[in-house]
Ligand binder design. Structure first.
Ligand code: PBG
Length: 329
C-alpha cells in the first residue's frame, strides 16, 4: 500500500509550489486587471431623472443626461477610466438625421460629462442604427446600405460629437473608408486632438441581441451581414485592422470579445497597437441569467471572463461589468 511518507517522486519541477498560497499565486500572476482599462457603456435618452432598467440586461439602464452624469461619476469614483455613449433619439427618420443634432442626448451628455467629470474619458459610438426608422446602420437604396453616402452622414455625426467635446469617436458602422473620412474632417475643423477608436473587427454576432433592446436599434428587415464580418474569418479581421490603422485609427477594437479571443490575440501580436475588446450585451446577459438561476458564481465568472479578454491581448475592455469589477479590484 502506498503511504504519503514512503512515496516520493524525484521531481525537479513541481509547478504546484507556485500555487501554494494566494501570496505566491499573486507574485507570479501574468495577467492583471485594473479598473483603468475599463470603459462602461451608457445609454442616454431624452428627459430628466430617467433611469429605466433594460430587462435583458439587469443592472444596465437607459439614463437621461442628469442620471448619466451621476452614473459616470460613480463609475469614475470606482476607478473606471471612461464611458462609451449610445443615444436614443426622440424621433427617427430614414436618414437618421437626429444623430448629428447638437442637442441630442449623446451630444448633451458629452458636454455635461466633460464639464462635471473632466478626467473621465468620453467615447461616443458613431452609427446610424439607433437613429434610423428602419434600424439599419446607414442610408438605404431599396434594401441596400449605400456605403459612401452613409460615410458622409457618419462624418457629420462624428463632428457633432467632437464639437461637444468627446475624447474619442468610435465608428461602429463597418462602412468602408469611414475612418479616413472622419480623420480628415476632424483635422480640417481643428479637432486634431480628438481620437478615433475604430470598431475595426466587428462581427455579425448573435450576441448583440440585448443591446438592440437597450438601444432600440433592431433592423426592421434583413440583417447586418452586408457590412459586419463573418464570424468564420480572422485573416479578414487583420486586413480590417491594417486598413483602419492606415486610415488613422488610434485604437482598434474587436467585438464581441469572448468568442473572438483568438482574433484579439492575433491583432495584438501582429500590430502591437492599443487594442480594445467589447464584452457585449449578450455576453453580459448570459452571465447574469446563469447567475440568477444559481448556476454559476457570478463574481468568479465575471473576473475569469475579463481576465481572459485581457490575457488574450486587450489593453482596453468595454464592459457592462466595469463598475462591479472595478469595485472588486
Ligand atoms: C451599433 C452598435 C451595436 C453594438 C455596439 N454598437 C449593435 C449592432 O451592431 O447591432 C452592440 C453592443 C452590445 O451588444 O453590447 N451599430
Amino acid at each position: 500500500m502506498v503511504t504519503t511518507s514512503s512515496t516520493r517522486l524525484a521531481l525537479t519541477r513541481r509547478p504546484r509550489r507556485l500555487r501554494r498560497t494566494e501570496a505566491i499565486r499573486s507574485l507570479v500572476r501574468e495577467t492583471r486587471l485594473s479598473p483603468d482599462c475599463f470603459i462602461l457603456p451608457l445609454f442616454v435618452v431624452e428627459g430628466n431623472s430617467v433611469r429605466r432598467e433594460i430587462s435583458s440586461m439587469p443592472g444596465v439602464f437607459q439614463l437621461s443626461v442628469d442620471e448619466a452624469v451621476k452614473e459616470a461619476a460613480g463609475a469614475r469614483a470606482d476607478g473606471v477610466a471612461g464611458v462609451l455613449l449610445f443615444g436614443l433619439p426622440a424621433s427617427k427618420d430614414a436618414s437618421g438625421s437626429s444623430a448629428a443634432d447638437p442637442d441630442a442626448p449623446v451630444q448633451a451628455a458629452v458636454r455635461a460629462l466633460k464639464r462635471d467629470i473632466p478626467d473621465l474619458i468620453v467615447v461616443t459610438d458613431v452609427c446610424l442604427c439607433e437613429y434610423t426608422s428602419h434600424g439599419h446602420c446607414g442610408i438605404l437604396d431599396g434594401e441596400e446600405i449605400v456605403n459612401d453616402v452613409t460615410v458622409a452622414h457618419l462624418v457629420d455625426v462624428a463632428l457633432s460629437h467632437a464639437m461637444a467635446g468627446a475624447d474619442f469617436v468610435a465608428p461602429s458602422d463597418m462602412m468602408d473608408g469611414r475612418v479616413a473620412a472622419i480623420r480628415t474632417a476632424l483635422d480640417e475643423r481643428g479637432f486634431e486632438r480628438t481620437g478615433i477608436m475604430a470598431y475595426a473587427a466587428k462581427y455579425c454576432s448573435a450576441f448583440y441581441g440585448p443591446f438592440r433592446e437597450a438601444a432600440d436599434s433592431a433592423p426592421q428587415f434583413g440583417d447586418r451581414r452586408s457590412h459586419q464580418m463573418d464570424p468564420a474569418n480572422v485573416e479578414e479581421a487583420l486586413r480590417e485592422v491594417a486598413m483602419d490603422l492606415d486610415e488613422g485609427a488610434d485604437i482598434v477594437m474587436v467585438k464581441p470579445a469572448l468568442t473572438y479571443l483568438d482574433v484579439i490575440a492575433k491583432i495584438k501580436a501582429r500590430f502591437n497597437q492599443p487594442t480594445a475588446a467589447y464584452h457585449v450585451s449578450g455576453e453580459y446577459a448570459m452571465l447574469k441569467a446563469a447567475a440568477r438561476n444559481g448556476w454559476i458564481d457570478e463574481t468568479r465568472a465575471m473576473m475569469e471572463t475579463l481576465t481572459a479578454i485581457r490575457r488574450a491581448g486587450a489593453d482596453i475592455i468595454i464592459t457592462y461589468y466595469a463598475r462591479e469589477a472595478a469595485r472588486l479590484l
